[in-house]
Design a protein around this ligand. Sequence first.
Ligand code: AMP
Ligand code: MG
Length: 328
Amino acid sequence: MTAARTYTGTPGNLAFLARRLKKGEIVAVPTETVYGLAGDATSARACMRIFKAKGRPTDDPLIVHIASLKDLERVAVPNPGALLLARAFWPGPLTLVLPKTGAVPDLATAGLPSVAVRMPSHPLFRKLIRLAGVPLAAPSANPFGYVSPTSAAHVAKHLGRRIRYILDGGSSSIGLESTIVDMRNPRRPVLLRPGAVTKDEIERVLGVRVARRRKSPEGASVAPGQMARHYSPRTPVRLHASLTFTEARHGSSSAAWLFVGKPAALGPIPANVYWLDPLGDLRRAARRLFSVLRELDEGKFSAIHVERPSGKGIAEALLDRLVRAASR
Ligand code: AMP
Ligand code: MG
């Protein structure tokens, strides 16, 4: 296949890409979380193309994206709790798991009777969903298991020879995949994946406790597609409960040392010491995490040593991605 072409979000380009989607082709799209690889969620053929291009196992279900609340009933069977969350957080980085309708092929949900649905806020992606006139299934636009892409250039780098169309909508403003909450039983919501919408925020809207996903004794997940090794650079990642600048300075000079905030140092900071945000702001750190991991992965380091982020809320989402990146 020839190399993918990258399109800007002009009305003509959006109309063209929407026609490709209607024909069952797949298009990499910008979202506020990470870049997605989108196809018609109601077409098993389009969904199969997504799995193939990513090398994603078909037992890992896709998230279905809609552009308006009235499209929710097309793909899922909502309940009052789910609608409360949709009204509070959509469009935005929250995915709801609900019973599915017959419009969604079994392939999209890996044979599950439930479907994961989200209304994204990125204006170009929303326009594209509207123009295509169908809900769009879209997992992250990267080869399965690698660090998620947060720019069109990231997509082109690793999927550029496996897909034809990339829509460029700038860098993802959140930079981490969506929060996923299982709302099949609205009295017992379960957090399946932490993200920018936090457990506390969800509990405040619902007025009930949100359980965390249970893990099996081996640490393997009970939810499909939640295998630990995910989001991994090729370079080994080591997560440290506490990491000091002194340790980094005296540690291996062939390794990269990554801090959440800029470490306090009296002298000059060595070139192999990095930080996600100068002030340690966790939302800004999350936005940069995947692009920094990609950059360090290309830096030929022997290892990437990372300071463990602490705290609740978005820190949990950052930690979740780092734990996965560190698991072999
Ligand atoms: P992503 O890899 O960002 O596309 O997110 C897809 C993830 O959402 C999957 O790996 C599952 O963990 C989760 N997911 C999707 N559909 C379902 C579902 N029906 N039930 C439970 N989890 C789901
Ligand atoms: Mg992914």
